[in-house]
Structures are given as C-alpha cells and as structure tokens.
Write a protein that binds this ligand. Sequence first.
Ligand code: CS2
Length: 499
Amino acid sequence: MTTRRLCNDTVRSLPASVAIPAYDRAAIAPGIVHLGVGAFHRAHQAAYVDDCLAAGETGWGIIGVSLRSPDTRDALTPQDGLYTLAVRGSDGEALQIIGSIQSMLVAPEDPGAVLAALTDPRTRIVTLTITEKAYLRAADGSLDEVHPDIVHDLANPGSPKTAHGFLAESLARRRAAGTPPFTVLCCDNLPANGATLHRLLIAFAKLRDARAAASGDALLAENIVDAVAFPSSMVDRIVPATIDADRARIAGELGVQDAWPVMTEPFRQWVIEDRFPAGRPAWEKFGVTMVEDVGPFEDMKLRLLNGAHSGIAYLGLLSGHATVDRAFADPAIREFVDRLWAEAIPTLPADAGLDTSAYTAELAERFSNTALAHRTAQIANDGSQKLPQRIVASAIERIQAGLVPEHLTLVIAAWIAACEARGKDLPEAHFTDPLDAALAALGEQPTLERVAAVFDLAGFASGKPEKQALIELVAAHRVHIRQGGIALALAALGKTGRA
Ligand code: CS2
C-alpha cells in the first residue's frame, strides 16, 4: 500500500480516468472564505467553484475555515488542499480531484488569522455550511443571547468563536478600513437561510452596539441592515460520511493516499438569489439557477427531500435499517414516504411552477442509490434543529387547512422514540442531539406530558394555536410505538381521529 499523498506534486501522475484540476492553481487568488469546511461543502460549493476556475476564472479561490475541529485541515493541508470527490451512481464511481480550496484555517487555534482572511479586500463572498445548530437560535427562533459562545464573543470581539462573532467583527473592521462588505451566502438547510442569518446577525450586532455605545463606536447593526447582502440559497447534494473502506478503495484507484476523500451522488442542485454587490463567479454556467426569490425551491427541498430523509432515518432506525436505500426498499416505509409527500405537497406554493411529481420521482431514485450507503444514523443527528423546517412547519399548515398531518406527526413521534431507544435497542451514542442532556433530565412522565415537554424544549410550534393538536397526534403515535413498535404505528395510520 502506497504512503505517498495526493498533493500538487503527485496529482499529475494519477491514472487518466481521474479528472484533475485543469487550471493553474498557483494563478488563483482567494475570493471566497467558507465557514464550515465539512464534506457537504467539499461535495457542493467547492465543486461548483472548481468548475468556474476550470473555465478560466481566477479570483474565486476558497479559504476554508473550520470553526471547531482541526480534522479537515489536518487531512487537507499536507495535500495542498486537494481531495477526491467520488461520485457514486448505480453505474459506478467517477473520481474527480477538486482544487478550489487553497488553504485552511482552524478558528479556535488562530481566530486572528480567520479575521485577517475575512477582512482581506479580495474576499468578496463568505459562504457558510455550519449546520443548523451553529446558528445558535433559542427555542423561539431568535438569537440565543445567553448561549455561552455568544456571551464569549460579545466580551471578546477580537477572538470570536461563533460565525456571528466572526462576521460581525470582520464587517466592522472592513467598514472602519473603508473596504466594501462581502456578500454573505448561507448554504445551510434553514428556511429563508440568508434572511434568517441576516436577522440573527443584526440581533448580535445590536448587542455589540449596546456594549460599544459607551465608547462611541459607529453602529454596526445599521451597517448590516443597509450595506450587506444576504442572498438566500437552496443547496442539494447527498453526502454520506466517508468511512475507512472508502479511503482504502480510493487509495487503490489513485495510487496515492487521500486522507479524506468525499463521497457523493451524481445529482447536485444550487438555487441562489442573485444579489452579489461585490461580484460572484459565473455559477450559472454550471447549472446553478440564479433567481430573485429562492423561497419556493427551499420549501420544496426542505419539506420533500429533508422531511422524507428524517422520516426514513427515524422510521428506518426503529425498523432496523442502517442505510437510506435499505429503509426505502422496505415496502411499509416506502408507502409511508409517498403518503408523507402527499401531506406535504399541498403546503407548497401552487403558483411557483414547482413540478412536485417530477421532483419526488427523482427523490425516489436518489434514495434508492445503493452505492451511497447513506446511514440513517447520520441523518438522525440534531433532529430538534431539523424537524421544525422539515416537518413541523408543514404539519401546522395542514392543521390550518383543516386536515390531519398524521404522517408528518409520526416522524416527530419516531424521532422521540429513536432518541429514547439509544442505550436500549440502539447503541448509546448512535446519533446525537443538542437537546440530549435536557431530554435525559425529563425523567419518567406520562406520554402526553412528555411529548408536550419535548415540544417546549425544542420550540416546536412555539406560540402557535396548532401546537396542542400536534402534541396530541404525536402522543397517539408514541403510544402505538410503545405498544407494538413502529409496525403498529404504521398499521394504525388512517385510523386516528380528525384534528
Ligand atoms: C440530510 C441532509 O443529514 C441530513 O439531515 O437530510 O444532509 C441531506 O442529505 C442534504 O440536505 C441533501 O442536500
């Protein structure tokens, strides 16, 4: 087995079947700082940017920032930022070396270096994939002002920990230096993701401003409202976590080691609101859809793809299925997903030209991709952060329309049951959730009280008149799961009372 690494020196000697960056990496200037350089970013935005660089653009290299762990930097720096993207379809695997990430920074090691990259006038776009929980929202969706990291960042603006702290401080420094602001492009699975981050950042900036008022600093919050663009975007590509067998297989095919290749599917989609005052790569040349309002696309993706994903994950885990394709091949789960879609589709705007039949047909094909081995436990992580936009929002709208969101609420009940099954039918840390400690502290309770307590903790349907009806539906499913497992809960569908 080879010990040579994939890097600038070895990339030219890879087998001809492997696509390599067809451009001079040394001639590329950085233009994008990306926060959250996980596998998703490397399979999605970094691949689109790589296409633009290959087409001759030179000003949009990516500086990757990890807000927490050094793992990705440790894997990629010895490889000059290069890594393999393995595109796995039912007809085989295509390998491509991506060259768009030029350098990597680890925020906790050197926040000053991250601020330097963010304040560099060449940085004109900041993209983010930091996962839902890193936006630090309280149960009601507003900024969690008492979160220890927010408190830290307010007290130490020059050495932040959070995305909010980095964005606020660098925008303030750019303004002080007369450098125009960068565009902030959120790429996380949140509804109205750009507007949501904009709102949270203004709340954070107001807290900063209140502290700085005494020293007479200019108001940052106003600057963020007036001068900074936050286009929303819908991102889509399924990216299962890399396992050691993938590393071994890729090393065999490349003839050199890649410490962290990224696995993905052939499908990819990116819909972006076209508001980039400081310029942008010509993404539209590579299949990116530039629109005025991304809302309908975002809702369709969150409610149909991600909603079904969460359903498949929790129902799959409770039925003993380790991967999405296996769960989706289970006739009971397959039928459930079709009905879940039937419940969610009427909540999407009818006049936005969405072709939901074509979309769900394509989703069914993507979920059946056996080459991906996308683990149900991976999707099960952070349910409390994901379910509001994937499931709860559509369930509320169904009740508003006088209909019963039976299938949608079963996903919530299955989430609760899967959380409780850890350490019993499922391994202890099979998946995790920011609410784990709070959930564990609830202790024994009757089902209805427990479901209500979980809703309160997670902020599901917070302040909505439909909340109680949802709690009752979830509790009824929960009783069925307790009595006869997920099979009984599925068999009972269609027999619950009207909302
Ligand atoms: C998944 C998503 O892990 C999850 O929660 O639902 O990561 C999903 O694979 C992507 O959003 C697809 O674009």
